[in-house]
Design a protein around this ligand. Sequence first.
Ligand SMILES: Cc1cc2nc3c(=O)[nH]c(=O)nc-3n(C[C@H](O)[C@H](O)[C@H](O)COP(=O)(O)OP(=O)(O)OC[C@H]3O[C@@H](n4cnc5c(N)ncnc54)[C@H](O)[C@@H]3O)c2cc1C
Length: 382
Amino acid sequence: MKIRVEALKHLSHFSENFLSQYAKNRNFDFGKNKRDNTSCLSKYITHRVIDELEVIQSAHSKYPYTTVEKFIQEVCWRTYWKGWLELRPNVWKSYRDDLLKLQDEKKNTSYLNAIHGATSVECFNDWVNELKETGYLHNHARMWFASIWIFTLKLPWQLGADFFLKHLLDGDAASNTLSWRWVAGLQTKGKHYLATSWNINKFSAKKYDNLKLNEKANSLFESNNFTPIPLHFDKTENDNSLFLAHNLDSSYLLKHTKKMFSHYALFDFNKVLENESYSKKVIDFKAQINFEILEQIKNDFQSNLILDNADGLFKIVEEKNIKSIIMPYLACGYENDFINELREKIRIFYLARDYDQFCFPFSTKGFFAFKDQIHKILTKFL
Ligand SMILES: Cc1cc2nc3c(=O)[nH]c(=O)nc-3n(C[C@H](O)[C@H](O)[C@H](O)COP(=O)(O)OP(=O)(O)OC[C@H]3O[C@@H](n4cnc5c(N)ncnc54)[C@H](O)[C@@H]3O)c2cc1C
């Protein structure tokens, strides 16, 4: 896969030249033309063009642990968020329900000004434009953006999370929803993140005079308590099965090249995401990955079958007398919601990676408790 070669090159260039200084420099947003103090690997990792373990392994093999500890912890934040949401899928459901209720708010001038970068907060407008242009924002800018959206512009956090998810090339239901909740003070109850003019001017390359931010706001509050539900991972059945590859685990088949299933196809979720108004930039990026997965299925399994809707899938199931569908694990998100509806009509099994099965159950509490397990994770997988 060309995109995987690109990602691996990027990882190696970052590791050799910038990783050793990551802990010291990572909080600075030097602007869109100087993005080498963090890895910028997130768009690849979200789609598992390269996976978390490969990234951790690469860092671990090049430097003493203390040099790369911070970087490995950041990669583990992703795993932690994913596990946390898998254990509490109702948080995603409640977010989607809220979005439905908030549709009318999207007509309000304050919301429209925000998404068009036409507010009175100059830095915020810059980030809106950067996000639309590049599909990326630095982590610190994401925190400032979310804080200003919630506490200065006083817009519903769910609409901000929605705007991010649909414009970020690395858009990930867990990292995104839970980071927005964290900024709002819902994730760690009562502990919100307040962007300050001082902090923005210290860490951002561009300096902003006269930023008028609400630096004294109270945390948001919700009455729901989301308790963890034990995780269950499917055991697959291979009887005349159809394997559906998808771009949220793009490298799955690279690691499973032996023919295990009777039929192979690509499931293209872009129609599902277009219905949810994902940006063209994100859709195009996903289309590029899909194209390469399809090439691989053609080469390795002599199939050029693409499916992108329920009717097409049911037609193939009938024609080929498919008994079960197998796909790489889909975590909470629009793609999983779509497949879950079909699961009522046909047997669909998710294949979870060993890494996810091992790590997700550690997300029962806060990140500090998860962090204590990192040595166990490294011992098991490195
Ligand atoms: C409001 C908000 C929304 C966010 N939405 C997303 C999202 O949709 N998708 C996404 O991948 N990340 C999201 N993040 C987390 C983080 O901002 C990005 O992962 C990071 O900026 C990506 O840049 P990088 O690859 O250079 O990261 P690096 O600093 O180089 O980190 C290496 C890798 O670790 C992971 N990582 C780093 N920081 C975090 C973090 N705080 N949480 C989870 N994973 C992390 C990413 O996979 C990243 O590629 C969000 C953060 C905030 C505050």
